[in-house]
Design a binder for this molecule. Structure first.
Ligand code: RM4
Ligand code: MN
Ligand code: MN
Length: 406
């Protein structure tokens, strides 16, 4: 009597029959890397209310402990993005921050300057009408270039709240030029072999105009700056209905896709768990990246989330796993068959090949890959059973509520 085939055997037989190279798919999954954000482990919420979570990280070392925990359970989240000054050590010792992370098996990823929370930035930062304020913002960004050197980071990730709320408030052309000049000055300070990622967002907190509202503006800035400047696509920063995968394809083909801020949106910049609202969109984005092959080599995959009611570490693990599943489904698109259907003008056939890949239950494959790399086959269940959540709740306690970030 033979054992009945496992889900893994059935799936891989089916994939091999379609001409897919299963060991190559598994190798790609093992090499996947998702960066988590330090700010996703702290208390954060909406502008209306922050519901404090028991055990939410209060300090950078605690955020690094949480990021290391996400990596321990998933095996693919080995770096953490820092936000300055939210992650500024009291003694200014960034070498120690790096050592603390490395001792826990993770690296410091992107450095995110914060030029939107000081009083002085009421009218903007690099786009501010006053040269003195622009200078302050630039100084902070340059300080972040130094922090990159100290922490071993190769990415300067820039997002600006800059814009205007009322028609006539400022010169739109003037603000564009101030941004060009400010970013050029910052670019000159980029450490060698590093990149500047320029993020865009169509509105909020500015409601009449945003200085970098879309990918076209970000790309135009990057083209003027030089090859080390690339665009960052935050999935929550588009108007409803925008075809994000097409933007990704264009930027990739121009060699200007720097990276992602993964999250999910239903209405605006909702910052929900990645893949929770629209897993099909996430899959289609990954399908574009897989099709690009080597051209997508340097793309930085980062999560930018802000949880209010669902906890901190567990939803981060859920996001990482959703990225892994979307990538796996993109890897099982039979590319040659798809190309043939496209060349033959077989509209429905091509569409079916893509949707079949999306419908494939890749979970047995993911379980096998996790087993191979020595992480739990069900990371979220293992995390829940680990006692970490109770341990941090006890050690860190629960903050009193507030609003806004931190
Ligand atoms: C913005 C944007 C940035 C993030 C800030 C806190 O909406 O997504 O990436 O750093 O929020
Ligand atoms: Mn973002
Ligand atoms: Mn955002």
């Amino acid at each position: 009597m033979t054992d009945s085939p496992t889900g893994y055997t059935l799936l891989t037989d089916q994939l091999s029959a379609q001409g897919l190279d299963v060991p190559a798919v598994e190798a790609a999954l093992k090499a996947q890397h998702i960066e988590t954000p330090s700010w996703g482990y702290a208390n954060s919420g909406t502008r209306f209310k922050v519901f404090p979570w028991p055990g939410a990280a209060r300090t950078t070392p605690e955020k690094l402990d949480d990021a290391a925990t996400v990596h321990k359970f998933t095996g693919i989240a080995g770096s953490v993005a820092l936000h300055i000054p939210w992650d500024k050590p009291e003694d200014g010792d960034y070498d120690a921050v790096r050592q603390y992370a490395e001792a826990r098996g993770i690296q410091v990823g992107a450095i995110n300057p914060n030029v939107f929370q000081d009083e002085v930035y009421r009218l903007g930062s690099l786009g501010h009408p006053s040269a003195a304020t622009r200078e302050l913002a630039l100084d902070h960004i340059i300080e972040c270039c130094d922090i990159m050197l100290r922490t071993g980071s190769h990415l300067l990730s820039l997002w600006f709240a800059d814009g205007t709320n009322y028609a006539g408030q400022d010169s739109l052309r003037g603000r564009k030029r101030r941004f060009e000049a400010g970013l050029a000055a910052a670019y000159a300070h980029l450490p060698p072999a590093s990149r500047m990622l320029v993020e865009y967002k169509f509105f909020e907190p500015a409601f009449y105009s945003t200085d970098i509202p879309d990918w076209g503006t970000a790309l135009n800035l990057c083209l003027k700056l030089g090859p080390q400047a690339q665009v960052l696509v935050d999935l929550g920063h588009h108007a409803p209905g925008v075809n994000i995968e097409q933007i990704v394809a264009l930027l990739l083909d121009e060699g200007r896709l720097g990276g992602f801020h993964f999250n999910n949106r239903r209405y605006a910049d909702d910052d929900l768990i990645v893949g929770s609202v629209n897993p099909y969109e996430l899959f289609l984005i990954y399908a574009v990246l897989v099709e690009a092959g080597e051209s997508a080599r340097d793309v930085a995959y980062m999560i930018d989330q802000s949880h209010n009611i669902e906890g901190k570490v567990a939803p981060m693990i859920a996001s990482v796993l959703n990225c892994q599943e979307a990538y796996a489904k993109a890897l099982v698109v039979p590319r040659e068959r798809l190309a043939a259907a496209q060349a033959a003008g077989d509209v429905l056939g091509a569409h079916q090949i893509i949707t079949d890949a999306f419908r494939t239950d890749v979970r047995p494959l993911l379980a096998k890959v996790r087993q191979d790399v020595g992480v739990p086959t069900d990371p979220l269940a293992a995390y829940r059973a680990s006692g970490y959540e109770a341990q941090i709740a006890k050690a860190r306690g629960k903050a009193s509520g507030g609003s806004g970030y931190q």
